[in-house]
Design a protein around this ligand. Structure first.
Ligand code: EPU
Length: 338
């Protein structure tokens, strides 16, 4: 099914719930429809182009003057199996958390810690979603899609995806150029559970036995305690990334703030909790009209009603500036601002 609409409201397509219109909106449900569409609409090359899943990691600052492509490919298919693993190919338009639930129900491990993350399956590899010690990069074996530049279907191996912390080639080099249509995941029949995140281990034990169902439930409980429900309040999860800095920078802050949480990162670097920095800069629970910073997790900016995209963006700039002034470090946005 193809839907092509001019001057289309993106309000139902962004979890921040800001008003913005797209000049053109194109949705399709069958693989071959992307080629049919591009061949019959020769002017698409003159337009700005962006991909949109469920809009849970995006902030529209103004109307989008171009073509929004919404791949709504469905389906979950077993493509390969051996004694240890099952490889499942999932359509980009499937809901991420429904797929996690499906895996947990069928006793397949590898993504249970990533329970309750809003968004579409096709968006998961783009920003390499991660939580409670798991990252989707650990289970993605292939990303299949359509290369707009060369106009052909292409497959990327895990290595070619160039995954790193909240990043991939789809967010950098191939941004707005590659339409993810499906993702292949390698899941484990006999999973090794990852309970490195202290609070998770604690919560799971409260539920009883350590198994997939209980881990999923514990993650859901932690997330609902700490993060706003995107169905009730506008937000896009963490607005900023955690920071990776050199030891000297971390020690400099630590001389004044002994209690600063910090974690070991690659290459002898240190990861700083951006939420803590923002909280210390005085923003946690900030509210002005419909605009705010979540009271339980300072990394999350919220829209309580009719905040506009530009207001949210301006608040994020103010937060960046004040964190820089206080700590001398520069926050980087995690949310895609358009
Ligand atoms: N912290 C504060 N104040 C805050 C928030 C956090 O002091 O307002 C401190 C916590 O006490 C803790 C540390 O910062 O010592 C880390 O906090 P937390 O474990 O809550 O996780 P996070 O680093 O703030 C990241 C992800 C989340 C993910 C959690 C759990 C990023 C940008 N965010 O947050 O992902 O759920 O870890 O693994 O990496 C998302 O990307 O949208 C998201 C919610």
């Amino acid at each position: 099914m193809i839907r092509f609409i001019e001057n289309y409201s993106l309000l139902p397509h962004n979890t921040f719930r800001v008003k913005a219109n797209a000049k053109y909106f194109f949705e399709f449900t069958e693989l071959e429809e992307i080629e049919i569409f591009l061949q019959s609409n020769k002017t698409w090359k003159d337009e700005n182009i962006m991909m949109l899943g469920e809009g849970s990691n995006i902030l529209f600052i103004k109307d989008y003057n171009g073509l929004v492509i919404h791949p709504n490919i469905r389906g979950v298919q077993l493509v390969k199996e051996d004694r240890q693993n099952m490889w499942m190919e999932v359509g980009a338009g499937e809901n991420w958390d429904e797929f996690v639930q499906y895996c947990v129900d069928t006793e397949l491990g590898g993504i249970e810690n990533l329970s309750f993350i809003p968004g579409a399956v096709g968006a998961a590899p783009v920003q390499n979603i991660g939580a409670y010690g798991q990252e989707v990069a650990n289970v993605v074996t292939k990303v299949k899609g359509y290369d707009l530049y060369n106009q052909r279907f292409v497959e990327y191996s895990n290595e070619e995806c160039q995954f790193s912390y909240r990043n991939s080639t789809f967010k950098s080099k191939l941004k707005n150029q590659f339409i993810i249509l499906s993702v292949v995941f390698r899941l484990e029949k006999f999973p090794e559970f990852n309970l490195n995140y202290k609070k998770l281990e604690q919560k799971v034990t409260e539920h009883g036995e350590i198994n997939l169902q209980n881990i999923r439930q514990a993650v859901i409980n932690i997330r609902t305690e700490k993060l706003p429900d995107v169905n009730a309040i506008g937000s896009a999860g963490s607005f900023f990334k955690n920071l990776v800095v050199d030891v000297a920078t971390a020690e400099n802050i630590e001389t004044e703030y002994k209690e600063m949480p910090n974690f070991k990162a690659d290459e002898g670097k240190v990861k700083l909790a951006a939420g803590w920095l923002i909280e210390k800069a005085g923003w946690k629970g900030f509210r002005e009209g419909d605009l705010g910073v979540h009271e339980k997790q300072a990394l999350v900016i919220v829209n309580f009603g009719n905040a506009t995209g530009i207001e949210i963006y301006n608040l994020s700039e103010k937060i960046k500036k004040s964190v820089f002034k206080k700590f001398g470090v520069e926050l980087e946005r995690e949310v895609n601002c358009v």
